[in-house]
Unconditional design. Sequence first.
Lengths: 572, 81, 610
Amino acid sequence: MAHYQADVIIIGGGIVGCTTAYQLTRAGVDVLLLDRNGIGSGASGRSGGGVRQSARVSEEIPLAKASVALFPGLSDELGVDIEYVQAGNLRVVESFDYRRAMQVDVARQQSHGLDVSWLEVADVLELVPALRWQSIIGASYCPDDGHCNPLRLVTGFYNKAIEGGTRVLLNCEVQNITQTDSGLAEVETLTHTATAPVVVLAAGFGSQELCYRIGYDLPLANVRYESMITEPLPPLFRQMFGVASSDLFFRQTGNGGVHFGGGILEETGQEDTRTTSSNLQLAVAHISKLVSDLEKAKLLRTWGGLDPSTPDGMPIIDFLNDNVLLASGFCGHGLATGPIVGQHLAQWVQSGTRPEALAPFNRNRFDGWLQTKWTPSGSFAAVLATEDTQIAGAGDLEAGVPFMTPPKYEEPNEPCGQPKLAVNPQMCTGCRMCEVACSIAHEQVTAQAQLRIQVVYPSDEYFLPIVCIHCEEMYCLKACPHEAMEVNESGAVTIIRENCTSCMECIFACPTGGVTHSPARSAVVKCDLCDGDPACVRYCPTQAITFRHIDSPAADELAALMTTHLAARAPR
Amino acid sequence: MIEVTVSLNAGLRRYRPDLDIGQALPLHIPSGTNLHELLIQILQIPPAEVAFPMVNGIKCGLDQPLVAGDRVALWPPVAGG
Amino acid sequence: MYHGYTGNILRVDLSTGVISRELLDMQMAEDFIGGRGLASRLLCQELDPAADALGPENPLIFGTGPLTGTGAPATSRYVVVCKAPLTGTIACSNSGGFFGPELKFAGYDALIIQGESAAPVYLWIDNRTVQIRPAESLWGKFPTETEAALRSLTHPSAKVACIGPGGENLSLLAGVVNDGYRLAARSGVGALMGKKKLKAIAVRGTGNISLHDPQQFWKATLDMYQKITADPVSFGSFRAYGTASLVSLINEMGAYPTRNFQSDTFEGAANTSGEALVEGILQRNRACFACPIACTRVSEVKEGPYQGRGEGPEYESIWALGALCGVADLAAVSKANFICTDYGIDTISTGATIACAMELFEKGALPEQELGFPLRFGDAGAMVRAVEMTGKREGFGDVLADGSYRLAVRYGHPEFFMGVKKLEMSAYSPRVFQGMALQYATSNRGACHVRGNTVAAELYGIPRYLPPEVLEQKEEMVRRPFQNSTAFVDSTGICLFTKFAITHREICALLAPATGLDFNFDRSIEQGDRIWNLERMFNLRAGFTSEDDRLPQRVSEPAVDGPRAGSRAILQEHLQTYYLLRGWDKSGRPTRAKLEELGLDDWWGVCSDT
């Protein structure tokens, strides 16, 4: 087990980790940087790219202003074009309900010395002709804001840090942080240990587990957002956009692609960066309503990311004990504030005293976090936003699944073609052994990577495993725009991993729910028939799933049944 | 000849499906017949299917000779909790 | 890194609203495994055993085992542990379904609920996000209704454990109901949940359970899986007849307690047998998580006065609501079973309490004006009516809802209480099964059949046949292959019913690759022994003595009829031998040496100096 020593260990190769490493090495400090994946692989690299001061909580405005002031010089300083565009940020208001609230908020921001103003719809359109006037009431406008390429920004700092002598360990997950007898912090990974007087913990959501191990319950909720980017388009606008009543954002990148996303924020409670067809569709519909002529643009790729979010929307930057300096929970504002936070952190580590600018981000403000305060009246004032809301669509879903009697299932008369998977809902006992068998066979973990097959429970009369039934039509293969699907020797349509862009055309095309997106692999997955010996069939205790010749009427009936219950195959 | 009664339970009921649940079948068998012979020669039930042969409520071996008036009850492997 | 385990214990304080998370102590996990063992160990550090079982300081602990949710066959179990409201002993009620695995997928090995809420609440666990939410709208709902309502309030695939109206009205017969129909039933754990005003726990988990050695685990799983599916008991009879296949067999043996244990043969058994169930009301089978056996019955009574639909009835329910009350009507028994599920009350204790009331009534100790109607053995209508009143605590049901011990004492006939340590006996007559007699007397939660179901040896011949009337070797048999072994199995998260097909060694062969810990046969027996002694120590601290290790007088008297007329429970002869084998002193207290051997001395103190 290799051992390292350094003056400062930084955990997390995101924007905060890289800027801090850069600033420290510049000052001659010996730095070791660790990340469990790669540089910018977490929230930083998946960011929307906004560099804004507006629409921040008051305490954070000074920090954001100071950081934005650094951005114009960064391309030169880092020696890489970070594609910084300082053309302003518009926060679009779509309904009259939000107009008054936005105007009040503009006044608040002005009182903090920010150059921000309210624009009526005519002024907005003069500034950005590409917007649809029908959809807009007005917008708040901060001309000093802008956007940049997040990956270039992070790697710029990273490369500079390496030039300065920072040592780096990537793909190296920290398991624990302990204290040695001599008062140093010791960081353990599976293959290394490292000691240093100070550890900067800037691992985003990953900080939570480590904090927990050293006895601090870091109050983070994990908010997932989903992003996508179109093919390069002619110039439409240079500004950064947000929407007041939702979390949609969009911008046009340096090469012309429109990068947008958000749509719905969902607390996932875990590190889940999958994208869902429903959220993506919502975002596409929403931006099409706001921007002209975007309907025909092709989407190149989609990705998901996580905003580690604190209850009050501000990061926690504070020492947890003598050694560990936590800087996490940036709530999606880390990219814009990262450059200045790195300076302050470096200063704090060297001087030992808290820079005044970081005072609002102390951890004491959450003493007693994770508490849901209960009052005798029965009302709840949760520290986290915990409105007792229904999951969108849950009610609809129940209504949409009819209680139908299972169809009569008969053996086919004349076998034809390749053997296929056939499901008999009357024989299924609902034990989910097929899910377990499938997930272990494909993912080597139990049960929850189960997306190739999933049992749904339409009623207590019968249970239905939904899986690819290997239809003759091969809708998925025909829909794939990237030649990423082929038919294997067993007759199953399978995915050619190298060609797949996760565009999900196949998922939309399949009428029976046979193709899905796996959070475990962050990729599209489907049944591959396990080289002709399907695990689900082998371990179904009741032969409810069989692998055999099946005639077309039976196959059609099965397809119809699965389509009926597709809604029940909601993301688990 | 002696008379005994036989009841078949759980999965063994398929060998005499016309019997009501709990109904015993009266049989005249040669005296000295044991359970094994009763199963093979008279009832034509494979002895391997019988896990709990009971004579007058006591579990016994298949070599048990039957006497007049014995109440035979047979079960395949069953269990519960 | 945690394998098999998630490494987290969730703690919810309903008095203050504080929700926190703790790391699992792996040394504790090695000593107590998980499930029953771990949860009992946690209880011992949370609670002074002498405390009031319905007080706010009594925590309600939900525990899963390291195998729960891993996908090995029948790994669906979770336990509910607390000080039992019904008995005052340590309680550990066990249930399957899908709730336990979901708790694991959400990332928790155990859930400790402490304190009391002032108004009804439910707990919503969405992976790491945990909230206490108001449950006024759910109060009074049946479990199936609660589950449906919670799924629309939280997430369509949430799994729910809740209490029925029985738990809400603090019936000491109440259990915790999960997945609509399954009860962690005995000892009155639902009353504690009701006292805490916690209507339900809804869980959604989307995480994986990490395995130490997936290849090896999967191989062991498949071996076990194939063994179960090849086994005629597990796969044949359970699949076809469920537990109810035993009705006719145990009755034929003359070991089927009838009319409050006055007789051991029931003339109406055929009408309520597993065969009658299958041919009459069975709709289909259903399975718990990853279970190839699928012993659950989905049944429906379609016509007559007792229409209803639900799961069951199981062997014990058929017996308690049937033979024990002298009722030979399967529709009525099924209806009573469905009502018990709806109100979330234990079928065994409910049936036994009504049987006790029937005897009190017939013998003139319980006046009709207090009951409101005549309650005679064999009266199906009166039995169903009494069950419903018990669930609602309506009229005389208010007395019945506190169980048969309190009922019998109240009317001056404690000898009519047919149980041990205030818990009612189950459907194997201790007059016939001498192993069960010792097991009932010494079980840590009172007279219960699943702490050590010696019928496996005394009838099925698992692990080897020892005729029921034989006394020799029964003490060792009860202690080691049954009580200790069951404590181990209950702690792993696997279903006890797999034990008919697979052995201890095979469970260890699953645990080792799942957790990466050194599980082997010898250690597993020691772990079981440690858990048993821990529970015993809890009970001793709670005020129980060897005086409580005794059976009702009635079963010590010879049976009057049936094929085993004249047989009786012989306990005194082997109680002392049992204590000796356990390493306890003459008054049933673990010795210093025993506790040191098990590593229980350092934190618990020593109970006996001899």
